[in-house]
Design a binder for this molecule. Structure first.
Ligand code: CAA
Length: 381
């Protein structure tokens, strides 16, 4: 594995860093305080090619690889975790399955405008009564003649309040006593019977809106079916293999933001006559943070490289997501500690990083789910 970035990878990282520092970071505190959806940043990310980084240019994307995606995600999330996850959901959870499972006609209609940033996508798997145990969903898709009739609801749908289309998962064959079969669909926001609630109120990532969406006798044709009848669960799981790389990058970006500020502060602030960094208690915290951040990045690059090679990367993505998300919680905890009272104050960014980090251990599979995936792979055969 070559750890040297290619020219293209360095270029996207530098472009993302420049955009993040100049345009995203100055707005991050305001977005967190107001919970405003960053319309202008979503538009700019489309213009810069960040909304479909690994989608080929014939379908509106930037035509780059998943390492490029990881590099850009880290930079954007370092500046603003909310903006990072908006980008991640459109790239990984929406564009990726349409690219992988869509027919040519579906790609023209449901990929090109989304990868270019003209439109926005979201992903509907979780329901009020089924999160980690995703197969036990209640949303149903019944075949009635040549139509599908969809009924149910999905919640915590990131990008949901603003998305033009949702990749929806529903039970298409219920097997009492056995496993049900699921099918994936593409549902546009203006489809009769589709509705959504107001954005959720959350601990962090305030500007990344999520909501509950409802499907009441929504009628769809086979044109809207993504992948084969009964293949929906595999569509969802393989999509999450990519999505987990995105969330690992978000966690890495948040951790880096906290770390960099802690390093700076520990060199400026004095206690007992010397800079904080001169106390070994603080220097060792800095050392642990630096080590963990590097380890997370390498795990992410490994998973992204495997995805680019087209090989199954469920294990590597789960490892990267588990480690990076728990690392972000540890790093933001330590960074806040270094800032002391200022870390706890809403006047300063550290408490935002601390709150934002926490979600990365929950969405796109909790840490416990990642451990289930990792242990199952480690123990098999
Ligand atoms: N790729 C392809 N196929 C896969 C797969 C993968 N990664 N993982 C499982 N499958 C297949 C299996 O091979 C199996 O196929 P067969 O029936 O042909 O044998 C089938 O799917 C069922 O697999 P399991 O029996 O392992 O499924 P399970 O019910 O035991 O669940 C699980 C496995 C890992 C716990 C899974 O339910 C899971 O990942 N749960 C977490 C769900 C999740 O991450 N939700 C996040 C919601 S999205 C979100 O958070 C978005 C946001 O807001 C940002």
């Amino acid at each position: 594995m070559d750890l040297e970035l290619t020219e293209e990878q360095r270029m996207i990282r530098d472009t993302a860093r420049d955009f993040a520092v100049k345009e995203v970071e100055p707005k991050a505190a305001e977005l967190d305080k107001t919970g405003r959806w960053p319309t202008e940043l979503v538009k700019r990310m489309g213009e810069l090619g960040f909304m479909g980084i690994a989608v080929d240019d014939t379908h509106g994307g930037a035509g780059m690889d998943n390492v490029c995606y990881a590099l850009a995600m880290e930079e954007i999330s370092r500046a603003c975790a909310s903006t990072g996850v908006i980008m991640s959901v459109n790239n990984s959870l929406y564009c990726d399955p349409v690219k992988k499972f869509g027919t040519p006609a579906q790609k023209d209609r449901w990929l090109t405008p989304y990868a270019s940033g003209e439109k926005l996508g979201c992903f509907g798997l979780t329901e009020p009564m089924s999160g980690s145990d995703a197969q036990t969903m209640n949303t149903v898709a019944e075949k009635k003649g040549d139509k599908w009739l969809i009924n149910g609801s999905k919640n915590w749908i990131t990008n949901g309040p603003h998305a033009d289309t949702i990749v929806l998962f529903a039970i298409s064959e219920r097997n009492p006593g056995g496993k049900s079969k699921h099918t994936a669909f593409l549902v546009d926001k203006d489809t009769p019977g589709f509705s959504r609630e107001k954005p959720d109120e959350k601990l962090g990532i305030h500007a990344a809106h999520s909501c509950t969406v409802f499907f009441e006798n929504v009628e769809l044709s086979d044109e809207h079916r993504l992948g084969g009848v009964g293949d929906g669960f595999k569509v969802a799981m393989s999509t999450l293999d990519g999505g987990r790389i995105g969330i690992a990058c978000q966690a890495l970006g948040i951790a880096r933001a906290a770390f960099e500020k802690a390093v700076e502060y520990s060199k400026e602030r004095k206690s007992f006559g010397v800079p904080l960094a001169n106390h070994q208690a603080i220097a060792f915290m800095i050392a642990d943070m630096a080590t963990e951040i590097d380890a997370a990045r390498l795990l992410i690059w490994r998973a992204a490289t495997m995805k680019d090679k087209g090989v199954r990367h469920s294990q590597e993505s789960a490892i990267a997501k588990l480690f990076a998300s728990e690392m972000a919680t540890r790093v933001t905890h330590k960074a806040l500690q270094i800032f002391g009272g200022y870390g706890y104050s809403r006047e300063f960014p550290m408490e935002r990083h601390y709150r934002d980090a926490r979600i990365t251990e929950i969405y796109e599979g909790t840490s416990e789910i990642q451990r289930i995936v990792i242990a199952a792979n480690a123990l098999k055969g």
